[in-house]
Design a binder for this molecule. Structure first.
Ligand SMILES: Cc1ncc(COP(=O)(O)O)c(C=O)c1O
Length: 279
């Protein structure tokens, strides 16, 4: 993924062009953020390539350069795909997302057309789970990178246009009963990335009616839960939780157990389980 000739220089420094068996295939990242007169920069800060001319210039520089082949464009609209928009207090978010999708549809299409003039693209990647409808409406996009929707983590309960079936959960054991109204689970501090807040915490979902304590929340070694169901939990019982996000759950586990109709049908290793640590 490139957006700056400096990244090509870095590749050349690691593997000189003369030593390459084949050209290095690269994908150009277009900045899909929304620039608003009053709100300023809305979206993530990744690529410096915002307008069509900038994308065209870097694409042409890659096309001229030996040892590289430009095969794709990616433009990820995080301000639509990754920002929850359900509820009356989020009307402004929905308005921003509508405006951003309209602006991006023109800009991304024009940038892709400009890049195609210098490179025969194999794919144009856009969107994420939270933007499937608007990204799909953009004819310049050939694939949508929607991974989280398959797991249905609880962040995605907060979107207007869809309600994913929660498909991934993890269980923690009750190991302590500090008082009659509290059950303390082993571990649980699997807090999601992003601006810190309560919405980044795992959500206890089974048995129903459990909640974390505001003063302690989810900790590395323990997570106390309270609520009516906590009174009935015994040491050794399990409490099921949903993570805020999908991929980050995998960072804590060696494998996923795949369950269908109540039966364990498969076990699939995570990157962590395969001994990999990419990020
Ligand atoms: C480049 C890119 N595409 C897509 C996504 C969205 O992925 P998901 O559908 O899992 O939310 C992300 C999330 O960070 C991303 O960085």
């Amino acid at each position: 993924m490139v957006d700056d000739p400096a990244q090509l220089d870095l590749v050349d420094a690691v593997v000189p062009t003369t030593g390459r068996a084949a050209p290095v295939r690269v994908c150009l990242e277009l900045d899909a953020s929304y620039r608003h007169r009053m709100l300023g920069h809305v979206g993530v800060r990744r690529s410096p390539l915002h307008d069509v001319g900038q994308a065209r210039a870097v694409a042409a520089a890659i096309a001229r350069r030996p040892g590289f082949r430009l095969v794709g464009v990616m433009a990820y609209e995080a301000q639509i795909a990754g920002v929850v928009n359900r509820g009356p207090r989020r009307a402004a978010v929905r308005a921003m997302q509508r405006a951003s999708a309209a602006e991006l549809a023109h800009r991304r299409a024009a940038a892709v057309a400009a890049v195609r003039e210098v490179a025969p693209l194999e794919f144009v990647n856009g969107g994420g789970t939270g933007s499937i409808e608007s990204t799909r409406a953009d004819a310049s996009v050939t694939e949508i990178a929607a991974g989280s929707g398959l797991f249905g983590p609880h962040l995605f309960d907060g979107y207007v246009r869809f309600t994913p079936a929660p498909a991934a959960a993890f269980a923690l054991s009750v190991v302590r009963r500090p008082d009659a109204g509290t059950a303390t689970l082993l571990g649980g501090g699997w807090v999601a990335s992003g601006p810190p807040g309560a919405d980044r915490l795992p959500q206890p979902v089974w048995p129903e009616g459990l909640r974390m304590l505001g003063r302690e929340a989810a900790g590395e070694v323990q997570t106390p839960v309270t609520g009516a169901a906590a009174r009935t939990l015994a040491v050794g019982d399990r409490v099921w939780l949903r993570h805020t996000k999908a991929g980050e759950l995998s960072e804590h586990l060696d494998a996923f157990a795949v369950v269908a109709d109540g039966e364990l049908v498969d076990e699939v290793p995570t990157y962590r389980g395969e001994g990999e640590a990419f990020l």
